[in-house]
Design a protein around this ligand. Structure first.
Ligand code: ATP
Ligand code: MG
Length: 182
């Protein structure tokens, strides 16, 4: 089964200017640590690397707030880089390699570059291949702190939307809107 093997985080939120490597085992992984120590930032880093563009989902006011910033210290040009390494032994991600690495870099101007196995690609390409393997950002694959409580309080319309998102309809709705615009 496709799963995340490793995450590399650089200059993203509380992760500073050295590559932090987080290794994951297949199956259930628990991350423990003191309040404010960066547990949820690891999940935000995964969302970021896979193309998430909603500041709210990554718990910031604007995307630039994702760049590591401690007391406005000067470290030269700020850049955030996160690489997510998937185990693709079963080839469910349509890329012919055992490991699929998605990297996203964002600079101070808000410019983003995506790489698939170290080769530059468009964000849409990343979204499409992950969608095929059911591991994209549109699948409620990442359930943020407090979301379960919120879902239980949703009205019928909101609940319908979330079910559509899970079964993938929302993704195709977005594609339809995009293609109608062109
Ligand atoms: P809790 O147990 O309360 O859920 P947590 O371990 O999930 O905590 P996070 O929310 O991941 O903690 O991390 C919060 C920390 O990240 C805060 O200390 C905050 O200052 C820091 N942080 C967020 N954005 C940045 C940034 N751009 N630069 C530096 N630090 C940041
Ligand atoms: Mg948290």
């Amino acid at each position: 089964m496709v799963h995340i093997r490793k995450l590399e985080i650089f200059g993203f939120k509380s992760f500073g200017y050295k590559n932090t490597i987080v290794n994951f085992e297949q199956g259930l992984v628990a991350i423990s640590g003191a309040n404010g120590s960066g547990k949820s930032n690891i999940l935000d880093a995964i969302s970021f690397s896979l193309g998430e563009n909603s500041p709210k989902i990554m718990r910031v006011d604007k995307l630039r707030s994702l760049l590591h910033d401690v007391d406005n210290a000067k470290h030269g040009a700020k850049i955030a880089r996160v690489s997510c390494h998937f185990d693709n032994s079963d080839r469910r991600i349509p890329v012919d390699s055992n490991t699929v690495t998605i990297t996203r870099e964002m600079d101070e101007n808000g410019e983003n570059i995506y790489y698939l196995n170290q080769k530059k690609v468009l964000r849409n390409h990343v979204l499409d291949i992950l969608e095929v393997a059911n591991c994209g950002i549109h699948k409620l694959n990442i359930v943020q702190q407090g979301t379960i409580t919120r879902i239980s309080e949703f009205n019928a319309e909101e609940r319908r939307k979330i079910i559509e998102d899970i079964i993938g309809l929302a993704y195709f709705d977005e594609k339809k809107i995009e293609s109608l615009k062109q």
